[in-house]
Design a protein around this ligand. Structure first.
Ligand SMILES: O=c1nc[nH]c2c1ncn2[C@H]1C[C@H](O)[C@@H](COP(=O)(O)OP(=O)(O)OP(=O)(O)O)O1
Ligand SMILES: [Mg+2]
Length: 208
């Protein structure tokens, strides 16, 4: 598998936050990122897998085969201990199909608050949680598939803070920074995030 030799990396995503992060990461090694916004005719992929890895593979396979070009797919999400790992693979549609990030964040807080009835709801850190990212690089010419994985541990906090990042970042608190993920710079997020870790894992597996 040597498709990272190409000057253009196609990422099988319509998430603009992911596109920004991949563009930033790959720019460091002189690569341009294209996304599904550059290939509007590629149909949406049904993400009905039971795991992040399964969904990443579904996206990579469907888009790679449709384009006849190597692609990178990302399936990621948030797993919250107090919610037994939810929203997990349902993170993007936690508040319903087509939900906006703000709706999902609100749903997360209301679910956590309802679980904590009778306890001290004033406490700012509601539950330990982790972000998870599965990446799949797929080359339809050879059928080769390379998988990587990354996580980051934190806590869900009771009030949103910060306007960087995307998704659940404003509620994801990192004790070592005393900040939410949305208060970090893109470089800081990349250094510690599930996506940054999965990208480093991928680079290692590609041999550098
Ligand atoms: O770094 C992150 N910071 C905050 N939230 C995040 C992050 N990474 C994933 N998430 C959340 C957002 C979304 O609710 C779900 C991903 O769902 P996921 O299906 O992988 O992506 P998506 O539907 O937004 O775009 P696409 O499938 O086209 O890649 O997890
Ligand atoms: Mg999705």
């Amino acid at each position: 598998m040597n498709n990272l030799d190409s000057p253009v990396i196609i990422v099988a995503t319509k998430n603009k936050g992911k596109v920004r992060e991949f563009a930033h990461a790959f720019a460091r090694i002189g690569k341009e990122v294209k996304s599904m916004y550059d290939y509007p005719d590629v149909p949406d992929v049904v993400e009905d897998g039971m795991t992040f890895a399964e969904n990443a593979w579904k996206k990579a396979k469907a888009v790679g085969d449709a384009l006849g070009l190597p692609v990178l797919a990302d399936d990621s999400g948030l797993c919250v201990d107090l919610l037994d790992g939810a929203p997990g693979v349902y993170s993007a549609r936690y508040a319903g199909e087509g939900a906006a990030d703000a709706d999902n964040n609100e749903k997360l807080l209301s679910e956590l608050e309802s679980r904590k009835l009778g306890e001290d709801t004033e406490q700012p850190l509601l539950s330990p949680a982790r972000f998870v990212c599965s990446l799949v690089l797929y080359d339809p010419a050879t059928g080769e598939k390379l998988e990587s994985y990354g996580t980051v541990e934190g806590f869900i906090t009771s009030e949103t803070a910060g306007c960087g990042g995307f998704g659940y970042d404003p509620l994801f608190y990192l004790p070592s920074y005393e900040k939410t993920m949305a208060e970090l710079s893109m470089d800081q997020k990349q250094a510690i995030s599930h996506r940054g870790a999965a990208l480093r894992d991928l680079m290692t597996k590609l041999g550098g």
